[in-house]
Design a binder for this molecule. Structure first.
Ligand SMILES: Nc1nc2c(ncn2[C@@H]2O[C@H](COP(=O)(O)OP(=O)(O)OP(=O)(O)O)[C@@H](O)[C@H]2O)c(=O)[nH]1
Ligand SMILES: [Zn+2]
Length: 358
């Protein structure tokens, strides 16, 4: 079997890094099941696991391979047993689940994604705070976030909603679409092409599966309507975590992406009370520090809000550090946090600029 890994997103940067590892072969992780991986190499798909040494030195969860990672394996032929993964090539982007407050290391959901489509439906699911959280996760990942407002066929007050979104989108493009009538798919397709890796996040039921099916040109993923019809679960066989789009491009859709939705969804619910109190602060941009008329500090003083709870809320509000920055400043902030080296930074900046100029 001879597979063109460029279709799977292989580029010069990874090819070059791979030359550092003599005698090993480059492959991309297409599936993860606990300790067992599926990877695709030039010779096709093969089962793989990490070497004992690798596991020993990987002191936290984020150092283990994830779907989308480029890895170096010791064989191309599975007839002599699982391939052994010896190295992960440097990740271009990392989508990780934010750990709630504490020192818990994050968990990598997928790696080397170019574009994260943050999906929100224009009817039932519409929630600006949730978009902010997803945006934070996406900016942190180093992938480019694009906001996709789904089910436009069901929306009656689009201008108002677009207005609300504009106040938080911070430079991310906003696309309005409908899988029902196909509107807006040109906007999505602009981010799709050979070797580009994309992913869809968003609450359950916003239409991610429907969208992916439409892009795939076939009903590959069971949408909710089908799952509900199907009490016996005939359609619930696990689907592929990495899909090749018919006209080029790669979709990553792991179970972790689905958990990400639940996780962020819960956060929003969990801190509803604090957001309600904060809405009563005298100043809209109150930092709940020394400002007069701060409803949060008042609530902590009179005991209606626990200080601990407010602290954990603040920890989760990583987006606060982004507030007020424009798109360019945001990119710089991200790059600064991610890289020390100037060369790589320059390269990345150019890359992002090219992307934005498209
Ligand atoms: N009217 C309308 N309905 C849609 C559209 N897109 C999806 N739906 C419906 O919305 C429901 C949920 O869609 P899914 O694609 O299963 O949503 P999902 O985001 O994949 O949900 P999870 O798999 O639970 O994460 C289904 O009944 C779809 O038929 C749309 O553009 N317009
Ligand atoms: Zn306040």
């Amino acid at each position: 079997m001879n597979i063109n890994l460029k279709n799977y997103g292989l580029n010069e940067r990874f090819e070059q890094e791979a030359t550092l590892y003599n005698g090993l072969f480059i492959a991309r992780v297409t599936e993860q099941h606990r300790d067992l991986y599926k990877v695709v190499s030039e010779y096709g798909e093969i089962d793989a696991s990490v070497s004992g040494k690798f596991a020993y030195h990987a002191n936290d969860q984020t150092n283990f391979p994830a779907v989308g990672d480029w890895v170096m394996i010791d064989r191309l032929d599975g007839s002599t047993g699982n391939a052994i993964i010896h190295h992960i090539l440097r990740r271009k982007s990392v989508l990780a689940r934010q750990s709630a407050g504490t020192e818990n290391a994050g968990q990598v959901i997928a790696a080397n994604i170019d574009t994260i489509f943050i999906c929100m439906s224009l009817n039932a699911d519409f929630n600006i705070r949730r978009i902010e959280r997803y945006l934070t996760i996406a900016w942190d990942s180093m992938a480019t976030p694009v906001i996709v407002l789904t089910k436009s066929d069901l929306c009656i007050d689009l201008p108002q909603k677009l207005n609300d979104i504009a106040s938080v989108s911070m430079g991310a493009e906003v696309i309005t679409c409908s899988s029902e009538n196909g509107n807006g798919f040109d906007g999505i397709n602009a981010y799709i092409g050979q070797g580009k890796t994309i992913a869809f996040v968003g609450s359950s039921g916003v239409g991610k599966s429907t969208l992916i099916n439409r892009l795939m040109g076939q009903d590959l993923l069971a949408t909710r309507a089908i799952r509900e019809d199907d009490a016996k679960g005939r359609h619930t066989t696990t689907h592929r975590q990495l899909l090749l789009l018919p006209n080029g491009g790669i979709v990553i859709d792991t179970p972790g992406m689905r958990e990400l939705q639940i996780y962020t969804g819960n956060l929003s619910k969990t801190f509803e009370d604090i957001e309600e109190i904060a809405a009563r602060c005298k100043f809209g941009d109150c930092s709940h520090g020394a400002e007069p008329g701060c409803a949060i500090r008042e609530a902590i003083e009179n005991g209606t809000l626990s200080e601990k709870r407010f602290e954990s809320y603040q920890k989760l509000q990583r987006e606060v550090s982004y507030a007020g920055l424009n798109a360019r400043q945001l990119e710089n902030e991200k790059l600064n946090r991610m890289f020390g080296g100037k060369g790589e930074m320059k390269q990345l900046k150019k890359h992002i600029k090219d992307k934005n100029n498209r």
